[in-house]
Design a protein around this ligand. Structure first.
Ligand SMILES: [Zn+2]
Length: 187
C-alpha cells in the first residue's frame, strides 16, 4: 500500500450525502469529521470510514480508519469476548516477526494520517505518535485493527488480517450480509 495512492483515492472520492446517511444509520449517530468511505461491501455500503485527524471544534481524533459495518463490529466483538485479545497479545510477545510487522502497521497508520492531516490542514500535535487499537506494542481494540486491514488491504496489519480470516463465517467484505439498511442492493 502506497500512502500517497491511498490518500489520492480517498480525497478524490469524498463521502456522498448517501454515504453519510448510511453511516449515520450504522453508528446510530452522525459521523463527525468523515472524509471518505475507506472500504465498502460488495453491495456498496460503507464498511469503514476515513475520519479527519481534527474534528470541528478542535477535537483531536486519532482513529483515522473507523469500522462502521454493524455486522463486522458484531463479529469482532465475538472474537474479543472469546479471549481473542489475550491470544493476540501473547503472540505479539512471543513472535518477533509478528511484532515487527505490527510495528510497521503502526507506522503505516501514522504516515497515512500525517499525509491526510497535511492535505486537510489539520493539527496533529495532540495525537502525534498515537495510532489505534493499541499499536505498536499492544492489542487493545480489534475493531480498529480490522478497520485498518479493510482500508489499507491485506499485508499491512497482520492482526487485522488474522481477525478478518477468523470472522469470515460472520463477516466478509466479499459477502453481503447487510441486513438493516440495505437500500442500495434493493434498488
Ligand atoms: Zn452489503
Amino acid at each position: 500500500m502506497k500512502v500517497e495512492e491511498l490518500l489520492d483515492s480517498v480525497l478524490k472520492n469524498p463521502a456522498t450525502p448517501e454515504d453519510v446517511d448510511t453511516v449515520t444509520k450504522q453508528l446510530g449517530r452522525y459521523p463527525r469529521g468523515i472524509v471518505a468511505v475507506g472500504a465498502r461491501c460488495i453491495c456498496g455500503n460503507p464498511l469503514a470510514v476515513i475520519t479527519r485527524p481534527m474534528l470541528e471544534g478542535g477535537v483531536p481524533f486519532p482513529t483515522t480508519c473507523y469500522l462502521t459495518s454493524p455486522e463486522a463490529v458484531k463479529a469482532v466483538s465475538h472474537v474479543e469476548a472469546e479471549g481473542g485479545m489475550r491470544i493476540f497479545n501473547d503472540s505479539l510477545a512471543e513472535d518477533a516477526n509478528l511484532a515487527e510487522q505490527y510495528q510497521r502497521a503502526h507506522e503505516s497508520y501514522l504516515s497515512f494520517r500525517h499525509a491526510l492531516a497535511q492535505r486537510l490542514g489539520d493539527d496533529e500535535s495532540h495525537i502525534e505518535g498515537t495510532s489505534a487499537g493499541g499499536m505498536p506494542v499492544r492489542v487493545k481494540c480489534l475493531h480498529a485493527l480490522l478497520a485498518q486491514s479493510l482500508v489499507m488491504g491485506k499485508g499491512i496489519n497482520p492482526i487485522g488480517d488474522q481477525v478478518l480470516t477468523q470472522i469470515e463465517d460472520e463477516f466478509s467484505p466479499k459477502v453481503c450480509r447487510c441486513a438493516l439498511y440495505n437500500d442500495r442492493s434493493n434498488n
